[in-house]
Design a protein around this ligand. Sequence first.
Ligand code: GLV
Ligand code: MN
Ligand code: MN
Ligand code: MN
Length: 425
Amino acid sequence: MSTITGLMAAIADTGRDERRGGYSRAVYTDAEQDLREWFTAEASARGLAVETDANGILWAWWDLHDGGTRLPESSRRGALVTGSHLDSVPGGGAFDGPLGVASALAAVDLLRRREESGALHRNRALAVAVFPEEEGSRFGVACLGSRLLAGAIDPAKALRLRDADGNTFADVSRAHGLDPDRMGRDEAALGRIGDFVELHVEQGRGLNSAEFTDHAGRGPAVAVGSSVLGHGRWRISVTGQGNHAGTTLMEDRADPMVAAAQIVLAVRKLAAAVPGARATVGRLEPVPGGTNVIASRVDLWLDVRHPEDAVVADLVERLHGQAQKIAAFEGCSAQLFEESYSGTVHFDAALARSLEHSVRRTVPGAPVLATGAGHDAGVLASVVPTGMLFVRNPTGISHSPEEFVEDDDAEAGVVALADALEDLL
Ligand code: GLV
Ligand code: MN
Ligand code: MN
Ligand code: MN
């Protein structure tokens, strides 16, 4: 069976984005479908039983056996589940998502060898899960698959979400063989998850920070996750007067783009004054969007994060007030709409201790780190015991083509994941 490096190499050309650089693998596009097919083939080649559930989550089951007989599906209750996602942000890196999926497959290979040699005796089934639309880059709500599974989003709201071309999530799901009427909290599927462990590329400078690096300036290969910052997405809609770029005098304009530019600056200024806060405008859409047209409306999408939910709420409220003031000064108006919010999550303490103990056998200095990135693990933590492992990213950059993982660290991640799973099986 392939090494983690071989598995990642096999998908290195899928979904490359020549225009943006990196990868664009939005959910249910050809690129993401190709990755799902790759996963299905790799899992099947390992004898895992692959299924797609009502919410579009892929499950690859390594069932328990009695002699040569596979135990019935009821033996999947309380299974150990690992996995991640295969979709990406526009122009994203190679590792955010796929590293967790490929590492899970490679860990299954290691565990199977340990089982065959008699070193491992499993008490429960293991599944590898692949969650759709983790990034929310197509339909706007991150972790859409895990939210549906956990009942963390009203399915009616999810089904009404639209992509940039106006297609609803309901229609796109239907076109991919799913039944929208069956989507939503899935008690049977939740009952099959005893514990969930997600391995993920580290997305900041966490493992490279001075407190963890050795004399050569190299950080440990793996960390254990402690918590996820509270984070959410809001749309600020700034409305003005659409008009002609050549005939409208500067003093006669109500230009929402000019207000939007000042709102972006206000976001940075207000957030920079709050220790630990992160606020970003990463997407902005002028309507109708013509070079010789003063826009009639500009939509800005705001991403705000902080370890304390109350601080996020306060910051967003102040940003809203500031946006309204700026808009009024420019003869425009501004409205704020919440698109999604995920409160601060602390991973299961007992599971985190177990992960620390297992990982430190091969990565002695493995630290415990919080993450500023959102994850399906963060959503599942509200319904099942959940934990995370992070693999060192030497660039400290993510959601960008510069995101990176060295082969040795990826191998260390697989061993750490396999050891952690073995201790929980
Ligand atoms: C997804 O990776 C996010 O944290 O926004
Ligand atoms: Mn991501
Ligand atoms: Mn991710
Ligand atoms: Mn994420």
